[in-house]
Design a protein around this ligand. Structure first.
Ligand code: 8YV
Length: 319
């Protein structure tokens, strides 16, 4: 074990612990019976965090020697990056390595929702096929796709939509120079123009419940909502109402407001598709994400800077 001490907040892919242990002294916070006592003991010496769960301001404040938080996942809404920046602590995430995986899952979820693949599977297993064929479903043909958040994953989704002959439009903070898809400067405007809305924008305060009742009404009665971003982006109560009263046709959801809690109203609806946050959940991609957590920590403590710092804590540092 090395001289630099790290804190792991939650278990990660086994390659992470394996790669870190030789090089660093690693403390596993989730294994401590008394977390307070562990932090009181080692807190002053911890210089890096391999973060598989939330890191709030209080934890950052208990670690005065902290230099870097290497977070597992592309979304880092559970890491207080603003507070870290104030304290001069770098935050890194794991972009790019999961984009194709999440985009694949998104198209799978869209197809599953439109063509009711899970429901048809359940129908066969229940023996109903022996009685009569599965009822006809909605179609992907003729649909227009709106992407909320045309970042790296959003673009990977858009490319796949093109292969399915689906016109793509998008909304985000600003139009993007490197794409020809139609830009809408308002989310309601985008929702009005499409009948599939794919949510792939980061979570956090700025996007909290921006997919609200008005947006769902604009999406309309043939509309399908796909959310692979964060549950916080969608007003879940408004969504339940819109699905129950036919304001929109259906939804495919991989994320929820209070995971792993899923509202009973959603679970009871047989016409929608629900997944347990599996967008990036393959051996291949989770290993790549874990490796990027390791690479960020190793590179930083080798004096070579972080590999994938987030925008709140840019590198090289400004000013
Ligand atoms: C992970 C994700 O499940 O990368 C993300 O933002 O949502 C997923 O890949 C999660 O972040 C790790 O727990």
């Amino acid at each position: 074990a090395g001289a630099v001490e790290l804190l792991m907040t939650a278990p990660l892919q086994s390659i992470v612990a394996k790669s870190l242990t030789g090089r660093f002294t690693v403390h596993n916070l989730w294994e401590a019976a008394d977390k307070d006592a562990l932090l009181a003991d080692i807190g002053g010496r911890v210089r890096g965090i391999a973060a598989g769960s939330a890191v709030d301001a209080a934890l950052i404040d208990r670690l005065p020697a902290l230099e870097i938080i290497a977070s597992f996942g592309v979304g880092y809404d559970k890491i207080d990056a603003a507070h870290a920046a104030k304290k001069g602590v770098l935050v890194t995430n794991t972009p790019d390595v999961l984009s194709d995986e999440v985009a694949d899952l998104t198209l799978g979820l869209l197809l599953s929702t439109v063509r009711q693949l899970p429901q048809a599977d359940r129908y066969l297993r229940a023996g109903h096929w022996l009685e009569k064929p599965y009822p006809l479903t909605a179609t992907l043909a003729g649909r227009k796709v709106g992407i909320l958040g045309l970042g790296r994953i959003g673009k990977a989704i858009a490319r796949r939509c093109e292969a399915f002959n689906l016109p793509v439009a998008y909304h985000g903070r600003r139009p993007q120079a490197d794409v020809t898809y139609q830009y809408f400067d308002s989310l309601v405007g985008l929702a009005k123009a499409v009948d599939v809305l794919i949510v792939v924008i980061p979570g956090g305060n700025e996007t909290d419940k921006i997919v609200n009742a008005e947006v769902l009404a604009a999406l309309g009665s043939n509309g399908i909502l796909i959310n692979v971003a964060r549950g916080s982006v969608v007003d879940e109560k408004a969504l339940i109402k819109a699905l129950a009263d036919g304001t929109i046709l259906s939804a495919g959801l991989d994320v929820f407001e209070k995971e792993p809690q899923v509202p009973a109203e959603l679970v009871a609806m047989d016409h929608i598709v629900l997944l347990p946050h599996v967008g990036s959940a393959t051996h291949h991609t989770r290993d790549a994400m874990g490796q990027l957590v390791v690479d960020n920590l190793v590179s930083w403590f080798d004096g070579k800077g972080p590999v994938t710092p987030v925008v709140e804590t840019p590198w090289p540092r400004k000013g």
